[in-house]
Design a binder for this molecule. Structure first.
Ligand SMILES: Cc1cc2nc3c(=O)[nH]c(=O)nc-3n(C[C@H](O)[C@H](O)[C@H](O)COP(=O)(O)O)c2cc1C
Length: 205
């Protein structure tokens, strides 16, 4: 079993049973528990390649990921500050917004493009594809030994920030932070009591 923070070389990838065990231990890791290194360009690419394995009705590929480079954190911070000020926040809140732009050693934006004119692929199916892509992306990062978390907050709805990441018709869904976990990932809340899978019960009448 891997320890938090371990990363794998290709020849060390575990057997299938181990992979199932490892996937069962994927939990989100907050930025405050993430340390360098960030995923490399090749590791981000690998995660994005697994995201492409999401079920995609019509092959619309309604998602893409945008990597925010180290040198781009400053311009992102400026966008976050402007967003906070536009929302009427004071300078101390704006400073907190600035710091959020530096969250996580690695940072990508998840962008969705949901098409309204696809008669055979309603919007909810396209959103499911985006969600499945995010899940595969997070699972890939986890299997490579990274902690990660999807975070949206108010920034993704800000018009100037959206414009900086999205083309016409696209939605800025969330940020994904990733890095080396500094503590073991664990569930945030208890498992729901309702069964997640059960046999179909035919209606009584
Ligand atoms: C698109 C998306 C956006 C999210 N945005 C936030 C957020 O802004 N703040 C937050 O605390 N959790 C957010 N979450 C939830 C966390 O990423 C995480 O799933 C949650 O804390 C539960 O942890 P788990 O993934 O270990 O079950 C978001 C999840 C998704 C899918």
């Amino acid at each position: 079993m891997m320890a938090p923070g371990d990363t794998l070389a290709a020849h060390e990838y575990p057997a299938l049973a181990d992979l199932m065990d490892m996937l069962a231990l994927r939990y989100s890791v907050s930025p405050k528990f993430l340390a360098p290194p960030a995923p490399t360009a090749a590791q981000w690419q690998r995660a994005a390649d697994l995201a492409l394995r999401a079920p995609d009705h019509g092959g619309l590929r309604p998602f893409r990921f945008v990597i925010v480079g180290d040198a781009q954190r400053l311009p992102l911070a400026e966008l976050f500050v402007q967003q906070a000020l536009r929302r009427g926040h004071d300078t101390s809140e704006a400073q907190k917004a600035r710091e959020r732009a530096f969250n996580g050693p690695g940072l990508v934006a998840l962008v969705a493009h949901i098409r309204a004119d696809e008669a055979d692929v309603p919007a909810h199916e396209q959103w499911l594809c985006v969600g499945a892509a995010l899940m595969n992306f997070l699972n890939a990062l986890h299997l490579m030994g990274f902690g990660a978390k999807a975070l949206s907050g108010a920034s993704v709805a800000d018009p100037a920030i959206r414009k900086a990441f999205c083309n016409e018709g696209e939605t800025l869904v969330s940020w994904v932070v990733a890095g080396r976990p500094t503590r073991a990932a664990h569930p945030k809340r208890q498992a729901a009591e309702l069964p997640v899978i059960q046999p179909w019960q035919l209606p009584a009448d």
